[in-house]
Ligand binder design. Structure first.
Ligand code: SAH
Length: 373
């Protein structure tokens, strides 16, 4: 048998290169690595500082705009600033102060970020993975599974793009800055540990090495991957840890947050208290209130007993609707009773606003549907 499509000896074949990973970007690299990369391109190491200032402080979009650099250098250095994120669609609400962006990555993967401006702060909610492998049944992202991990620069790029919009005055309220970053977009950040830590470092490193955002303003939200929480405690990065608990008992949590079958409520909370002790940072407990599923007073009471006396704050999230889900948000009276019960135990609690709900940009609604849909 012969295979007609097989190349014969001496015949040239062209196989389109398939990159498994996004191209290397300045934001993937530490300062020392940037100097080495610049030198590799035949440039003086100090160009790494100039390039960093452009990218992280001046928020310059492309190498051509770096007119303080010689043209030949601009071209070479541009290799460290590949376009990793292409904006496919933007939807706004709240008079333009909430803005969801759908991004296409180099391999066609789609992710979303949400910029939310408030009178006193601006928060960007970023994705850390295309899709998610955690399979929580009430979350839209979880339904399609995991496509892939995002790179450090792909994660940072979402923040830089948001910072650029604010700096240019594109968001109502005059020119502004990003004060908070929450890893509450698509993906489980602790399942993409290395890239996420790199991204956090780029965010909190002082300008022009990084974006100079306060570590207190950065929140990493997790389903509760215990070994990763323990590792995070040791990073010396005092970011806020948010744990998506959603149930105080293993029986229910096994179904709402399936990874609970691996790390139980008690283990997750122990890791959270160790994190609080080490970083002196108050841990956030995320709890989506789902009607008649996890909103009973006895569960509030059980939660209160688990949390009382700890360095903790509970964020109750009225469940946001997702396609195909039979669940809905709790009745207002049940929500109020839940809050009262927690307060009775002396636990700090707030109900999160539902910003972005009408543009499917609120918690758990990011599904990155393609624009054709
Ligand atoms: N994987 C991470 C971060 C992503 S989601 C995590 O689970 O923590 C950010 C928060 O939104 C999590 O607390 C998540 O449980 C919650 N969430 C998911 N779907 C939701 C929904 N439909 N309504 C309200 N909150 C939801």
């Amino acid at each position: 048998m012969t295979d007609a499509s097989a190349p014969r000896a001496g015949e040239l074949t062209f196989v389109a290169p398939r990159r498994a990973k996004p191209q290397r970007h300045l934001a993937d690299l530490s300062m020392a690595e940037r100097r080495a990369a610049v030198a590799e391109l035949g440039e003086k190491p100090f160009r790494a500082d100039q390039l960093s200032r452009h990218y992280f402080s001046k928020l310059t979009e492309s190498a051509e705009e770096m007119t303080d650099l010689p043209a030949a250098s601009r071209e070479r250095l541009g290799q460290l600033l590949p376009d990793l994120l292409t904006s496919v669609r933007e939807i706004t609400c709240d008079n333009g102060t909430t803005r969801k962006t759908l991004w296409r990555l180099f391999d066609g993967s789609l992710v979303e970020s949400v910029l939310m401006r408030y009178p006193d702060r601006a928060t960007i909610c970023v994705s850390s993975q295309a899709g998610c492998g955690m399979n929580c049944p009430f979350c839209a992202t979880g339904q399609a599974g995991l496509t892939r991990n995002m790179s450090t620069a792909e994660i940072v790029g979402q923040v830089v793009a948001g910072a650029r919009s604010l700096a240019r005055g594109e968001v109502p309220g005059g020119p502004g800055r990003i004060s908070n970053v929450v890893f509450m977009g698509m993906g489980e950040p602790m399942a993409n540990y290395k890239a996420v830590i790199g991204a956090v470092r780029r965010m909190v490193d002082p300008a022009p090495e990084g974006l100079g955002i306060s570590a207190r303003g950065v929140t990493v939200s997790t389903v509760g991957l215990v070994p990763a929480i323990e590792k995070l405690s040791a990073e010396g990065l005092p970011v806020t840890l948010a744990v998506s608990l959603h149930a105080p008992d293993d029986e229910l949590r096994d179904t709402l947050v399936p990874i609970n079958t691996r790390w139980k409520v008690a283990e997750v909370l122990d890791a959270a208290w160790a994190y609080a002790a080490r970083t002196k940072r108050r841990v956030s407990i995320e709890y989506a209130l789902i009607k008649d599923i996890n909103d009973q007073e006895w569960r509030a009471d059980l939660l209160g007993r688990l949390l009382k006396g700890k360095l903790v704050h509970v964020n109750l999230i009225p469940l946001n609707p997702t396609p195909g889900s039979k669940w809905t948000a709790s009745r207002p009276e049940d929500e109020r009773a839940f809050v009262r019960r927690l307060e009775w135990h002396g636990v700090a609690v707030t109900v999160r606003d539902t910003r972005g709900r009408e543009i499917d940009g609120a918690c758990g609604q990011l599904a990155a549907a393609s624009p054709e849909l």
